[in-house]
Design a protein around this ligand. Structure first.
Ligand SMILES: Cc1cc2nc3c(=O)[nH]c(=O)nc-3n(C[C@H](O)[C@H](O)[C@H](O)COP(=O)(O)O)c2cc1C
Length: 330
């Protein structure tokens, strides 16, 4: 029924992921662990474990624990700037992971080739058409385009424009769309435009199965779309990647940190690379403080603009059923 309703591109997405509904639960550091990921996959979507800054053996045990909770397919997200990337890739291969999503910068050919040689399907983020095509030449099996509306680290271009610039132009591999998607009607519209499916993060934070602190979930339920703002860059000497989060006192803490690092880079006491790495560590800690410890005042409440469509804490199966019902009805 749903397959018929959505046509060829949706079928392509479902077949590529091996799922009933081509809805990916985007990896979210600290939150996309065994419970949320297995719940999404058990509900017919495609859960993705967040590798984030995890050491190799910790992520291995998370993969195994997720397998104990679901027999359905799920993916693993790795951040390409991780210092132990090669070892993580090796572990993903050893564990027989079906799909690996590479985030946080353009992946090297070697990373992609190692995964593909082992039969792992490689999904990458395409920030522009030219880079998307280059990644397809390097062997990408699917692309994700993620608009500026998304939660967490974001690119500069909106979902609307990426759809026209990339989705409309690429047919060689399935293209999944992310960023600002909160309803099944939107998923249906994007699929009608050729998307193989959609990736949602913000909508899944308030899943009952998500281990986020209740303060974090309630901040989502209260927030409106306009509350999820991106951070500013103060000086091009330190080209910070914007992060979208609910504005709070933690936003000022980040601003102070950025100003301090700019001074250090200018004075030559810190390299730009080290300063940027320090900021990434800052974000990992700040997200943990809010999402796990519940300090939504000073921690980082990373959220996309679709936070305005999050109205309650609900089981994953209910969220997916709501999305799918709208897809079929549209
Ligand atoms: C709290 C939070 C943490 C996130 N952490 C990561 C991450 O570790 N790696 C990643 O690739 N994307 C991360 N994202 C992005 C999501 O995977 C997903 O692509 C995004 O949330 C989709 O847009 P939406 O928020 O509008 O649904 C995060 C998003 C949120 C809201």
């Amino acid at each position: 029924m749903e397959q018929q309703a959505k046509g060829e591109s949706w079928r392509r997405g479902c077949a590529f992921l091996g799922v009933r509904h081509a809805i990916l639960g985007g990896a979210m550091s600290w939150l996309s662990e065994r419970h949320l990921v297995s719940a999404i996959s058990n509900a017919g979507g495609f859960g993705v474990l967040a590798g984030g800054g995890m050491p190799v053996e910790l992520l291995r045990s998370e993969i195994r624990a997720t397998r104990e909770r679901t027999a359905e397919p799920f993916g693993v997200n790795l951040i390409t700037m991780h210092p132990d990337l090669a070892a993580l890739v090796q572990m993903v291969v050893e564990e027989g992971v079906g799909h690996c999503i590479l985030a946080g910068g353009l992946p090297e050919q070697e990373t992609m080739s190692t995964l593909k040689a082992a039969g792992v399907k490689v999904i990458v983020f395409a920030p522009s058409l030219a880079l998307g095509q280059r990644l397809i030449r390097r062997g990408a099996d699917a692309l994700i385009i993620e608009g500026h509306e998304a939660g967490g680290h974001v690119g500069p271009v909106s979902t609307n424009v990426l759809v026209q610039e990339i989705l409309y132009q690429v047919d060689a591999v399935p293209v999944f769309v992310a960023g600002g998607i909160g309803s099944g009607r939107m998923v249906a519209s994007l699929v009608a435009m050729g998307a193989a499916g959609c990736q949602l993060g913000t909508r899944f934070v308030c899943a009952s199965e998500c281990i986020a602190h209740d303060n974090f979930k309630q901040a989502f339920v209260r927030a409106q779309s306009r509350d999820a703002m991106v951070t500013a860059q103060f000086d091009p000497i330190l080209p910070v990647i914007p992060v979208r989060a609910l504005v709070n006192k933690g936003t000022s803490v980040f601003n102070q940190k950025q100003l301090q690092l700019i001074e250090e880079v200018k004075a030559g006491s810190k390299t730009r690379k080290d300063a940027l790495l320090e900021l990434e560590h800052f974000w990992v800690g700040a997200l943990r403080r809010a999402a796990i410890d519940g300090d939504v005042e000073y921690g980082s409440v990373m959220a996309g603009q679709s936070v305005g469509m999050v109205k309650a804490v609900q089981p994953v199966a209910e969220i997916i059923q709501e999305l799918v019902a709208e897809i079929v009805a549209d």
